[in-house]
Write a protein that binds this ligand. Structure first.
Ligand code: AQP
Length: 342
């Protein structure tokens, strides 16, 4: 977007690198969320201006429990703060507190096609075999595009499973710009090369997941240390002995990547360190490394969770800043689309 297209919008006139990512309040977050996304939110806080959103509107696209939605939202916000997000270095907010997201989704829906939404693999996976599928599940990627595009986002730290949705957000922005004039910035997905897709420990052919994973194969960020260790020690591997990635070794490859992240090494360094060591020792060491990796996050999480008033204060300040930025973009989008101004 050229600077001219933003003339008059003081809040976004001086563009600095914008980071945006969203995370669902679907219960406790898991090690995949942490390694694939959350830890990058923390490092990306200082790239420019970062916005992180607990996407509660997304979470109602599948069956959910209204009695736990609010608490789960606070749990997720507390997990992000416990991981190292700092309210004076980033904007943390709840999606439903910022109406521009829903409005933006409706407006951008005008340039999204039924055909492209039908091709989204997440929609296919989550709707398959269900008798009733919500409209929100189908239009989920348009809301996600609005989330991202309303913040003039350059960079979106996400796990590998979000690649297709990010591509769609770029296509929507491109189509909008060619139809209505240069308006929306094209975001880039920032997907980690190690840990971008953490696999389920009991079924390493599928990703660790909140809704589709096995309980024993899903390590929660706030699991007690003994539970974390047990889940990792019982991870399914194969009948071989070599701590190497390769054909038919999905379980070991997954543990190698997890170990690499937890100990700050490359996957190759982990492989060399365990040359000839066998799986037993390796699994014990990975379990210990992950326990230590998550320990400070869990401790801080428990402190934060004991102070809901503090969480609410952080989230209301975040929503205020988010409303300012996203509201300006919605105003511009409407102007470009030809709506009468107030
Ligand atoms: N297994 C994973 N490995 C790496 N990254 C992952 N992410 C999710 N699973 C993995 C990334 O975590 C961020 C938040 O995802 P979300 O908002 O979709 O949260 P969720 O619903 O709890 O995540 P799941 O487990 O993916 O839920 P399901 O499978 O039930 O929909 C995103 O950046 C995502 O890429």
């Amino acid at each position: 977007m050229g600077p001219k297209s933003r003339a008059g919008l003081a809040t976004v006139a001086a563009h600095m690198t914008r980071v945006f990512s969203g995370i669902q309040p679907t219960g406790q977050k898991h090690l995949g969320n942490y390694i694939g996304a959350i830890r990058h939110y923390v490092t990306d806080q200082d790239l420019g201006e970062a916005f992180y959103c607990v996407v509660d509107l997304h979470s109602i696209s599948v069956a959910y429990d209204r009695d736990t939605l609010a608490e789960n939202t606070l749990d997720t916000a507390a997990t992000l703060l416990a991981a190292g997000l700092e309210p004076d270095r980033c904007t943390l907010f709840v999606q439903s507190h910022v109406p521009a997201h829903s409005e933006g989704a409706w407006l951008l829906g005008a340039v999204a096609s039924f055909g492209e939404l039908s091709r989204m693999t997440q929609f296919k996976d989550k709707s398959e075999g269900r008798e009733s599928v919500s409209v929100d599940l189908f239009t989920y990627p348009v809301l996600q595009a609005a989330d991202i595009l309303l913040y003039d986002t350059d960079r979106v730290p996400v796990g590998d499973d979000q690649r297709q949705h990010l591509e769609l957000a770029r296509n929507i922005a491109q189509r909008f710009n060619s139809r209505y004039g240069e308006t929306l910035r094209l975001p880039e997905a920032a997907i980690p090369s190690t840990g971008g897709r953490v696999m389920d420990l009991q079924d390493p052919t599928r990703k660790m997941s909140t809704t589709g994973g096995t309980p024993g194969g899903t390590v929660l960020v706030v699991d007690p240390p003994e539970t974390v260790a047990k889940k990792l020690r019982s991870a399914v591997t194969d009948s071989g002995r070599e701590v190497r990635r390769g054909e038919g070794k999905e379980g070991i490859a997954n543990l190698i990547e997890i170990a690499a992240v937890a100990t700050g090494r490359s996957a190759e360094e982990v492989e060399s360190a365990y040359d000839g060591a066998g799986y037993g020792q390796f699994k014990t060491d990975v379990a210990e490394a992950v326990v230590e990796y998550l320990r400070p996050v869990r401790e801080r999480y428990l402190e934060l969770r004991a102070d809901p008033a503090h969480l609410q204060t952080v989230l209301s300040a975040g929503a205020e800043r988010a409303r300012e930025v996203s509201g300006a973009t919605v105003t511009l989008i409407k102007e470009r689309m030809g709506f009468v101004s107030e």
